[in-house]
Design a protein around this ligand. Structure first.
Ligand SMILES: [Zn+2]
Length: 741
């Protein structure tokens, strides 16, 4: 099954001047790689930074959230651009539930009266901040309606460990309204955990320590959050399922069956992803009077922020009234879907996604990413005009409704799940992007592929590769040589349905780390802010286009899909040792703490002047049977070794296509039939957003979270499920190896 030397390849190679050795590209022969590099040079030559600037300015001129008139105009404009470049383009519309605020009231009724402003004033030098008509005010989407009054308690980041500390301090949360600061977890975790502890309301504020004046000068002098700015954002229970709360698992088409969504029905319906208690985000200007009036113990040192007050935990005399009402309606979400049909393997889809909706003007989030993705699509279309055709089908997806809860992407992936399972080879996502370092995560089958692409793109300032620059930064931080590794993906952008629900191999990337980005999800995420503090001259945006273009071109053209299993098997072996060590560490720590509780030394360590409630002893941690997991990891290692020894590039086209088909479905083997416990929408056995961390990834989530929750029988069941899925993957890899012989 040796590939006949194609005439076109020989001609192409012979046109090149003196043969310089080309760096190898996974999935390409040497001749193929040579041709690929010259195509990429043509791609780079067609790019135009002025387009980025023009589109960024145009799309960020008006508020363009889901359901806004400007959002629809942008979707239509993007569709007409893609169509004019030669893509088969359509707008696919879904109808998810999307609440917008009718009433937002937060007041302190004792010890003094204070009404929160809840508004972001115009800022000098920021041309759009004075033109917010039609924009969404500061609120958290998918908070339930509510009218509550109660004593206020400060809960730090509001994660489970903070409530353990509060219990030790003798602070009871039942019937209270909590105030948590942003960061430390995804925002939706805060009201979820507060409600689990009996709170009746939740306020989330941006402490200046985290993205305000502690970090640097505030806007407009610097890029950090000014006193009246608040962070909008979704608080639905994303770790249970993202997308439309009313239609989990199916596309939210106009006629999709859905439960009633009037306010009373929504309150009564406990099986959907709305919060259980009302939630409102506020600025540090609004938070300061509330926090200043808290009584009770002084907050632990690592709970204190940067306001000029002594941070107390409460409760005390500070009593607040929170009233929220929303307009609950189905809102059209306009997904722009544009295809470039593959010439040889049209049934293998390389999908590329980004969103177009913002919370307000959204210059950084998402438009920096949207315009780079569009310029990339235009660059590929230029190559088509010069005679190139992708071997595989390319699908550009510019999503609507990402901000409320990954609505456009999730509904589309659910609606097209059967086709995606059949044809989905790779999904590549970009959200916001700025200046700095390449930030990339995803399926470890693609690690070598990504490394090669990062090797071949230059940092625009430092004139070394973006790979070299990232490794330099990591090495400087670690104090030793650091090698490139893909990050594992949790959630927080549109890749989630593709990776974690459908099992399509996924990448998510952008540039960042050198921005002054203290205006996330506020009125001030504007064009003026972007070009002063995020990526002046848009040079890293252009680098982003070069990197994304290479990923797409290589996946479009490779003779066989560039998947490898060595990094995957090594990474999984690492996760397996981590969960085993986690259990051993917990066993030792539990024994030690129980001993301290029993002999009174825990109490003796506490300050007798402060309240201290000795926690109850915990049941000892048993020894779990990790053998099925360890055996599956060993089998996977052997399969990956076998795969690395065969050369699929010698296959003829028909056999290469059959080989591709096995690789394309390999990621699907990592899906658990029943999904994760209590959240079946999430099916990937390797990567999930943490149930109590949100965006933060939990690797081997079924096993790891069962251990963290001390649910030992579930941990053992999950070890069995994961071992089965890993063995399934090993069988697929063996099949691919056999097909390449
Ligand atoms: Zn975004």
């Amino acid at each position: 099954m040796r590939r006949p030397a194609a005439l076109s390849l020989i001609l192409c190679a012979s046109l090149l001047p003196a043969q310089t050795p080309v760096a190898p590209l996974t999935g390409f022969t040497t001749e193929g790689a040579t041709r690929e590099y010259s195509l990429e040079q043509k791609f780079d030559a067609s790019l135009n930074r002025r387009n980025l600037d023009e589109w960024l300015k145009e799309f960020s001129a008006k508020p363009h959230h889901l359901g806004s008139p400007a959002g629809k105009v942008i979707a239509e404009k993007i569709a007409s651009m893609l169509k004019s470049w030669g893509y088969e383009t359509e707008i696919e519309t879904f109808y998810p539930l999307f609440p917008t605020p009718k009433t937002r009231l937060l007041e302190m009724i004792s010890p003094e009266h204070f009404t929160a402003k809840l508004s972001e004033p115009a800022v000098e030098g920021d041309r759009t901040s004075g033109h917010v008509e039609g924009g969404l005010p500061t609120y958290n989407a998918y908070s339930i309606d509510g009218d509550v009054t109660g004593q206020l308690v400060y809960v730090n980041y509001g994660v489970p460990a903070d409530y353990e500390k509060l219990a030790e301090m003798g602070v009871d949360i039942k019937g209270k309204i909590v105030i948590a600061r942003y960061m430390g977890s995804w925002r939706g975790i805060k009201p979820k955990v507060a409600a689990e502890h009996g709170a009746i309301g939740c306020i989330i504020y941006s402490d200046p320590r985290d993205d305000g004046y502690y970090q640097g000068d505030i806007y407009p002098k610097g890029g950090y959050r000014p006193p009246d700015s608040a962070q909008r954002g979704s608080v639905s229970d994303m770790p249970t399922y993202p997308g439309d709360p009313l239609t989990p698992g199916v596309g939210a088409t106009k006629d999709a069956p859905r439960p009633a969504y009037d306010p009373a029905s929504l309150k009564a319906n406990k099986s959907i992803t709305l919060t259980r208690i009302p939630v409102l985000p506020i600025s540090y200007g609004d938070a300061e009077p509330l926090l200043r009036n808290l009584g009770g113990p002084v907050a632990p040192p690592n709970w204190r922020g940067s306001l000029p007050i002594t941070y107390h935990v409460g409760p005390g005399t500070a009593t607040v009234h929170l009233k929220l009402e929303f307009d609950w309606k189905l809102t059209p979400a306009y997904d722009v879907i544009a295809r470039l049909r593959g010439s040889e393997r049209p049934d293998e889809w390389i999908l590329r996604g980004n969103h177009h909706d913002g919370w307000v003007f959204g210059a950084m989030d998402p438009l920096s990413g949207t315009v780079t993705t569009l310029e990339e699509a235009r660059g590929l279309a230029e190559l088509v005009k010069q005679g190139w055709r992708p071997k595989r089908t390319l699908v550009y997806c510019i999503w609507d409704g990402e901000e409320p809860m990954l609505l456009g992407s999730t509904e589309w992936a659910e609606q097209h799940e059967a086709e995606l399972r059949q044809h989905g080879a790779v999904y590549i996502n970009t959200d916001a992007t700025g200046r700095g370092f390449l930030d990339v995560g995803g399926s470890h089958t693609l690690q070598q592929f990504v490394l090669q692409s990062a090797r071949d793109v230059a940092d625009p300032v430092h004139k070394i590769s973006v790979l070299g620059r990232r490794e330099a930064a990591e090495s400087a931080e670690a104090g030793k040589k650091a090698d490139f590794e893909l990050e594992a993906l949790g959630s927080g952008s549109d890749f989630t349905p593709f990776l974690q629900h459908v099992g399509v191999a996924t990448l998510n990337f952008g540039f960042g780390g050198e921005e002054q980005y203290g205006v996330y999800h506020s009125n001030y995420d504007s064009y003026d802010h972007y070009v002063r503090f995020e990526d002046p001259d848009l040079v890293y945006c252009l680098t982003n286009v070069q990197f994304g273009g290479r990923l797409m071109l290589r996946l479009a053209n490779a003779d066989v899909l560039p998947f490898k299993f060595d990094a995957l098997s090594k990474t999984i072996a690492g996760y397996a040792s981590e969960v085993k060590k986690l259990t051993d560490d917990m066993r030792r720590q539990t024994e030690f703490k129980n001993q301290m509780i029993e002999d009174g030394s825990l109490k003796a360590a506490a300050d007798a002047r402060e309240p201290f409630v000795v926690p109850e002893a915990k049941a000892p941690v048993p020894f779990l049977n990790f053998a099925p997991l360890e055996n599956a990891v060993a089998k996977l290692q052997a399969s990956a070794d076998g795969f690395s020894k065969v050369d699929p590039l010698k296959l003829d086209d028909a056999h290469a296509a059959a080989f591709d088909a096995i690789l394309m479905h390999a990621e699907r083997a990592l899906l658990l039939d029943d999904g994760l416990p209590r959240r079946p929408w999430y099916r990937h056995m390797l990567y999930a957003p943490g149930f109590y961390t949100g965006y933060g990834v939990k690797t081997l989530p079924g096993i790891r979270e069962a251990i963290e929750q001390r649910n030992w029988s579930e941990a053992e069941t999950q070890i069995g499920h994961v071992a089965t899925a890993l063995n399934q993957l090993s069988n697929e890899i063996d099949r691919a190896t056999a097909a390449a012989k």
